[in-house]
Design a binder for this molecule. Structure first.
Ligand code: AMP
Ligand code: MN
Length: 342
């Protein structure tokens, strides 16, 4: 047996053990607090909501506390009115289930320290901050892990649960574009479709629900976009003035970063988003083996090979050339293993 096979088997066995431990602890506890990262995306919403419905089925008490509300087009998904938006999680609970967070501070919510935490995540570099830590970098979405947990708990796949699991996977794979998709991804999706999920309707609800303002914003952002590295890197920039002039909010920027990648030549995109307080969030996306997570890690952030991000601490003008230089290097490295044809 090769070393890789041995490692894989050890990892699979370890993941079964932790899954069993998590099931035991969930079944013997009653009151749960669920949370995920600030500025939630489809995976954080889908994972939390699927978990909440599963815990309901088991007769548990469930509260969900998030730092920020979900993007508008997710509001119509089942149960989202249950999410409490608060900077601090008060109240009694027997366990906190944190999904999609490599670090507890990613929640943007205080009040979890010292509680019994179950950490479920797929981001490389997870800090293992829980009493129980289930970390699986091979999961295309945290929703894949939540699906496994729900099945291990013996909870049937209701339409609500299936919808949220599909939402998590659809969005976190960049609508089935990223290179972290495995047979397991489709096996789970197949089961959600069997449970009643309509993939066409889901794609329309998630990706075709833009406001006219957002279309205007997309136009403005693409118009201002710059190309570097012989057209292989797209650089996008947005500030409050651009948002306001299109009647948009930060939530309207979701998914915009993927558009430049539809150009065949473009291998990576970096998107600088300047907030009202002058804070700068940097999002990156890439194709195939171009590893933008390594770039994010160098600046204190994280994510995945094809989707990563971080927050700029200093002045943007000072760090911008360094960020671009690193991405250009990542593109060169990623392309070494692949002829630049698509
Ligand atoms: P975004 O560009 O914000 O959609 O983020 C892309 C991916 O990078 C997601 O998986 C995020 O969880 C991750 N990410 C973004 N910002 C950070 C950060 N500051 N620290 C760790 N991971 C991050
Ligand atoms: Mn995720």
């Amino acid at each position: 047996m090769t070393d890789t096979m041995t490692n894989r088997r050890t990892a699979v066995r370890a993941s079964h053990e932790i899954l069993e431990r998590i099931c035991e602890e969930i079944l013997r506890r009653q009151r749960f607090l669920l949370t995920s990262h600030a500025r939630p995306d489809g995976d954080s919403i889908g994972s939390q909501m699927a978990m909440a419905y599963a815990l309901d089925t088991l007769g548990k008490q469930v509260r969900i506390v998030n730092a920020d509300s979900a993007p508008d087009h997710y509001r119509a998904f089942p149960g989202l009115d249950r999410i409490e938006i608060a900077p601090h999680a008060a109240g009694e609970a027997d366990a906190v289930i944190v999904m999609e967070c490599s670090d507890l501070s990613r929640t943007g919510v205080t009040g979890f320290d010292g509680r019994y935490i179950i950490n479920i995540d797929h981001h490389a570099g997870n800090r293992m901050y829980g009493a129980l830590n289930w970390f699986d970098e091979s999961a295309a979405a945290c929703g894949e892990m939540v699906f496994e947990l729900i099945r291990a708990l013996g909870v049937p796949l209701s339409l609500e649960i299936a919808t949220h699991i599909y939402l998590a996977i659809l969005t976190d794979t960049g609508s089935f574009h990223h290179s972290n998709i495995t047979p397991r991804t489709f096996d789970i999706c197949r089961q959600t479709v069997e449970a009643g999920v309509n993939p066409a309707a889901m794609a329309r609800r998630v990706f075709d629900s833009n406001s006219f303002g957002k279309l205007k914003l997309i136009g403005a952002l693409l118009d201002a976009m710059e190309l570097t590295d012989d057209g292989r890197l797209a650089v996008m920039y947005m500030d409050e003035a651009m948002l306001t002039s299109c009647g948009c909010t930060h939530n309207d920027t979701e998914g915009v970063i993927n558009l430049p990648l539809t150009a065949r030549e473009i291998q990576a995109v970096v998107f600088f988003k300047v907030g009202a307080a002058g804070d700068v969030r940097v999002s990156m996306r890439s194709k195939y083996d171009v590893d933008v997570r390594m770039v994010a890690s160098a600046f204190g952030g994280g994510g995945h090979k094809n989707a990563a991000g971080f927050t700029v601490t200093g002045r943007l003008d000072d760090v911008r050339p360094v960020i671009i230089e690193r991405i250009v290097a990542a593109i060169a490295q990623g392309l070494e293993t692949r002829p630049e044809r698509d």
